[in-house]
Design a protein around this ligand. Sequence first.
Ligand SMILES: [Fe+2]
Length: 252
Amino acid sequence: MPTAPRSTLSRRQLLTAGAAAFATVAARGRLAHAGKAKAPPPGPSPSSLAGTLEQMKLPYPESALAPGISANVVSFHYGKHHKTYVDKTNDLVKGTPNAGKTLDELIRATAGKPDQQGLFNAVAQVWNHDLYWRSMKPKGGGTPSGELGKKIAADFGSFDAMVKELSTAATGQFGSGWAWLALDPADGKLKVMKTGNADNPLAAGKRALLTIDVWEHAYYLDYQNRRADYVKAFFDSLANWDFAAENLARKA
Ligand SMILES: [Fe+2]
């Protein structure tokens, strides 16, 4: 999604940041140095500091997305799948020059490099899930207003046309992957994307505004093979257009 600042944040900074600020900061993703009371000094992280990525906190209780997504699915998805990617990232960067780098930096550095595929998959899946949880909210759905609403109408013709295109991308993604509403800096227009496995818009130089996880672990326990019903529930009662609007408004 976003362009990442160069500096890292300490755990205390993350804990004391306001909820809104934390949402934005953590969505950008960075490796915090656990146990450090103060932010590390500017410049490269000392090699003796192991980078420790902390899994983002869910912005709502696990049961809050029901009935669109059950507490059972959120619990497994967040507590097992997402956490595994965080643990994997920490294992791969520990004691390496990558410790302390932001998720954005690591994604850009590893995208498209076969010898870095393992690290890319882990880091990108952390980043993707960080965005996914914020792409939803309890009693979400509806239609966006303001600048996002205007831009969707300008770039897709209407909100309904965008939802139709994004739904088609989500249901049509073959196998595991993601569907995205993204801003293409090349022409300044919003676009629908679908990506396989861990791939994401950031790796393609685009800014993600909203995402739908279409890996089976995101919906199978609730919907079995009915991915279209899960996607419909996303737009009917879960989509967090306020989050998408924040991502659109963010400077670079
Ligand atoms: Fe997932």
